[in-house]
Write a protein that binds this ligand. Structure first.
Ligand code: PLP
Length: 390
């Protein structure tokens, strides 16, 4: 560790990746492990996207592109932000990144200085606090609760704002809780933000199509266009179009921020893969109707998992309104695991199901499962979890 930088020493490898690695290892030893730890749709990438990628390779998409993305993809992203999120933007305020993850990392790294504060609703996606700490910022947790579907009041945010606050992270539909923020809540939040001009908002909308409430997707930049200069909205094709391996993310925000993110990108990864960008154009400009079918499949899986989990003594979960995760409380059982939910997760792994502990996400006394797998596999996983905890 003598050679590790101060910045690197502030962060850890992603715990979700660690659990997935352990599951793969057990599988290689011949064990039958169901992985509910990974945040990835099980669907095949749509054929028209694959065809576009092949055609792009044949047409020579094997070279550098502009660092922040091709004009073709920026235009497709402008279409996507308008059509799917109700956000008006233009190519000069769009950046294409290697996954949504890179967009968020760059937004934080480009703006957070030593001692700055970032409000992050907890339970959180594992990478948010790591990115903040890497930049030298301080994570200010905004604790949310299962009995309120992991939503919060605008006043809860205002109580945490200080002169050093420079970001509020929003993630709806959310990982790991499945929380969906209603328009009313976001309007209230906009009121608070108007009183605190030092606060920027990072709205991570990567799960937008996976909303089971039947209402339209609500996002801050659409509801409060007067705050557009302070909002960075992140989207992509990874989760929505089953394209995690292509590594394409999209962000829009104020021009100064998009340029700052591009400055970082030009000195680190350079452009996202040319072939992936061509595939993403096809994904965003091609048919979108299959997304509705996928959403219905996810909704059925969700209902199966929620019913199955809530039938196991000691486990409970609210009904997640979006994304493909259930955040499960196991507090009544924690005595058997010395109060350590990582031990609970390891116990379930030994019983043949890979999950991720709640504490990995800044929660406690439970675990997260992903229901992005078939109903048969989910039913078997629930049977194993029930048996392991009986
Ligand atoms: N944001 C959230 C909340 C996520 O769960 C993920 C993926 O796990 C990402 C962003 C990043 O997605 P990607 O970098 O694969 O596009």
């Amino acid at each position: 560790t003598a050679h590790l930088s101060q910045m690197l020493q502030r962060i850890e490898a992603s715990p979700t990746t660690a659990m997935t690695d352990r599951a793969i290892q057990l599988r290689e030893e011949g064990r039958d492990i169901i992985s509910l730890s990974v945040g990835e749709p099980d669907f095949a990438t749509p054929a028209h996207v694959i065809d576009a990628a092949k055609a792009a390779l044949d047409a020579g998409a094997t070279k550098y592109t502009p660092v922040t993305g091709t004009m073709a993809l920026k235009k497709a992203a402008v279409l996507h932000f308008a059509r799917d999120l109700g956000i008006a933007t233009d190519p000069s305020r769009v950046i294409v990144t290697a996954g949504g993850k890179q967009a968020i990392f760059q937004a934080i790294a480009a703006t957070v200085s030593e001692g700055d504060e970032v409000i992050v609703p907890a339970p959180w996606w594992v990478s948010y606090p790591q990115m903040v700490r890497f930049a030298g910022g301080r994570v200010v947790p905004l604790i949310t609760h299962a009995h309120r579907n992991f939503r919060f009041d605008p006043g809860d945010v205002e109580a945490l704002i200080t002169p050093r606050t420079n970001w509020l992270m929003l993630n709806s539909p959310g990982n790991p809780t499945g929380a969906v923020y209603p328009a009313e809540m976001l309007r209230g939040l906009a009121e608070v933000l108007r009183r605190h001009p030092q606060v920027m908002v990072l709205s991570d909308d990567i799960y937008a199509p996976l909303n089971y409430t039947d209402g339209p997707h609500a996002t801050l930049a659409n509801l409060a266009p007067d705050l557009a200069e302070r909002i960075c909205t992140v989207s992509g094709v990874s989760k929505s179009h089953a394209m995690t391996g292509f590594r394409i993310g999209l962000a829009t925000g104020p021009q100064w921020l998009i340029e700052a993110m591009g400055r970082l990108q030009s000195n680190s990864t350079g452009n996202p893969a040319a072939v992936s960008q061509a595939a993403a154009v096809a994904a965003l400009e091609g048919p979108q109707d299959f997304l509705i079918q996928w959403r219905e499949i996810f909704r059925r899986r969700r209902d199966l998992v929620v019913a199955g989990i809530n039938a196991i003594p000691g486990l409970s979960t609210p009904v997640p309104d979006g994304a493909f995760y259930c955040f499960i409380d196991a507090a009544p059982l924690m005595g058997r695991f010395d109060g350590d939910d990582n031990k609970l997760a390891l116990h379930l792994l030994e019983a043949g199901v890979a999950v991720v502990s709640a504490s990995s996400f800044g929660g406690k006394n439970g675990f997260r499962i992903s229901f992005a797998t078939s109903e048969d596999v989910l039913a078997e996983a629930i049977r194993r979890i029930g048996a392991a905890l009986a």
